[in-house]
Design a binder for this molecule. Sequence first.
Ligand SMILES: [Zn+2]
Length: 391
Amino acid sequence: ARGGLVLPGLIDTHRHMWQTAMRGYGADWTLTQYFVWYYLEHGRHFRPEDIHAGNLLAAAEALDAGVTTVVDWSHGLSTPEHADAAADALTSLPGRYVLALGNIHQAPTQWTADPGIRAFLRRRRTDDDMLAFQLAFDVTGDPEFPEKPAFEAARELGLPVTTHAGVWGATGDDGIRLMHEHGFMGPETVYVHSASLSADSYHRIAATGGSVSVSTESEQSAGQGYPPTWRLRAHDIPVSLSMDTSVWWSGDLFSAMRATLGADRSREHLQAHERGETVTHSALRADQVVAWATNGGARALGRGDDLGTLETGRKADVVLLRNDDSPAMFPILHPYGHVVFQAQRGDVHTVLVNGRVVKHAHCLVGVDLAAIRHAVANTVDHLRGALGEEA
Ligand SMILES: [Zn+2]
């Protein structure tokens, strides 16, 4: 490792892995266009094998970039067969995953009570810490609180809930208040984005010990609200990082760290200038952002004791950044700054997950990329046929 940087495996707490099969397709979308495409029109065309293909590609991409743990926010699971396909893909690659079950084609109350989904969980939940589970659904803010039975199901099943909260025009303060008033906010709850909430909602999140998954690249171009790290810091709410979906954005957390540090500082400067002042010392530091991408993710997943830092007795999820052929990898004078502003996925030399070498000398080990390429091509062909060339 001489001349390189060793860091804990990176942890992504919110990634719609199934959508990686359509990598880059939505680069110019807004959130509205995304909702129309996946939720209203074309999401139903994804077969179990398409979920499988997307998850395989996303899993390989994550390992390649040193992302050793991913929460697969899998909200395209329209049948139990789709759920099995998602889990099969995740267990076939040597990463650490949390499969967050979701289904945008049914109400949360409906699919969480589905006997097929209950049977899936009985079949697939084990003590193996390489594949854990969450429930993934959003809270509309309807005063009738129709999501209540889904929260009760999560409690009954002993599964944490992850929810897109604070998404401009979609989910907001009413949803947070209803969750809080009904006692469904806890330390295990992960709030994704939380970019357009009032101080009252941040107080409720802080008081109940929950954490926020910030997807800065997503918030910057989709329109959920300004990336909220500046508000989360003010309320002392724990932060983890995520990239959301490769249908738009980069699947490496170097980009997420860089975008997050830039967005926080950009806003700090803008606000100072409006007061006629100059920022002389940045509030958010590079080491904090690296901690969010590692230990922050571990703590959000209740794994702060065995993941997210390099210490004796912890799980061996380790990344070596080293690239002797790169003129950007020396000199290394500020290690955290180097990780955030200089390094990228091509500099990931070696990756270990649970003590197993999954990438070495810049090449994935034991991952059949040709087979994944074939599966994804089949999915793209299927969707092109089902949707028509115009779509
Ligand atoms: Zn999302």
